[in-house]
Design a protein around this ligand. Structure first.
Ligand SMILES: Nc1ncnc2c1ncn2[C@@H]1O[C@H](COP(=O)(O)OP(=O)(O)OP(=O)(O)O)[C@@H](O)[C@H]1O
Length: 258
């Protein structure tokens, strides 16, 4: 059974103005699914539906065979972690305390996080060499640091499915490389991953399953080889691009034609 099944999903914020229609895809443990589409296409909205933050007009979303509409938030939070596009929350919490909130789905209502949870936070901070930030106020961090800490928070939650909305938008090249490498490592351990990005090169680097938002709210799903073509990218972005093969890297890169 797939970890995630999205069947005939349709969503509209306003009746008669669908954002997407008939979205169908499945994701197994250990698979990466990268979603591309122009601004306003519906990528974040689809992710919010997967998280149960928005309700579908039609269709269903199943996690481990169970419809998410019948699941409690705590139960969902043990399955799915989310890195939102708007990660800049105004909180007075330190980085450590902010990260500890990710353990809440595993603690009883009045239980405070203890030594074990603090160790889990330190282990995840260490992946990015960011242990030194643990005493800083989250909202005092730079944009890129906040985005990294938000990714780390999702890891502290230990999900089966990790959903990231443009997780590298604020990151420098070295940090993008770290995140891409980490996503591959997490997938190899069996975590399923869904991310959105505006950089087609991220898809070529991950060589993942792909979802392309076409005009009219159609999500076409396939492999990198099937869907990441010059015609498809030109068509979804309404702008000319060239795909260039890099023999030394064994993959394509996407270049704007200016
Ligand atoms: N809460 C809302 N109420 C009404 N309309 C909304 C709401 N949130 C988003 N929209 C609209 O739904 C459409 C899809 O938005 P969404 O944020 O899903 O796009 P996106 O593909 O993630 O875009 P971007 O690449 O710019 O982040 C847009 O036209 C947007 O204006």
């Amino acid at each position: 059974m797939p970890l995630l099944s999205v069947n005939n999903a349709a969503f509209a914020y306003q009746a008669g103005h669908p954002i997407f229609n008939d979205v169908n895809f499945q994701l197994n443990a250990g698979q990466i699914f990268t979603i591309l589409g122009p601004n306003g296409a519906g990528k974040s909205t689809l992710l919010k539906c997967l998280l149960g933050l928005q309700e579908l007009q039609r269709g269903q979303i199943l996690i481990g065979g169970e419809n998410i509409t019948g699941m409690k938030r705590r139960q969902l939070a043990q399955q799915i972690a989310y890195v939102p596009q708007d990660y800049q929350v105004n909180t007075g919490l330190s980085v450590m305390d902010y990260l500890l909130t990710a353990r809440a789905p595993y603690l009883s209502p009045l239980q405070l996080p203890g030594k074990e949870e603090r160790q889990q936070v330190l282990t995840q901070l260490a992946r990015f060499n960011l242990r030194h930030l643990r005493g800083r106020r989250f909202s005092s961090l730079s944009g890129g640091q906040q985005q990294l800490v938000t990714i780390i928070k999702a890891l502290v939650q230990q999900p089966k499915l990790l959903i990231l909305d443009e997780p590298m938008a604020a990151l420098d090249l070295s940090r993008q490389r770290q995140v891409l490498t980490l996503l591959k490592e997490l997938a190899a351990t069996g975590m399923a991953i869904i991310l959105t990005t505006h950089l087609p090169d991220h898809v070529f680097l991950l060589d993942s399953k792909v979802g392309l938002f076409f005009p009219g709210g159609t999500l076409r799903v396939g492999s990198t080889t099937q869907l990441m073509t010059k015609d498809n990218l030109t068509s979804i972005y309404h702008t000319p691009v060239e795909l260039v093969y890099l023999p030394q890297l064994g993959r394509y890169t996407c270049q704007l034609v200016v």
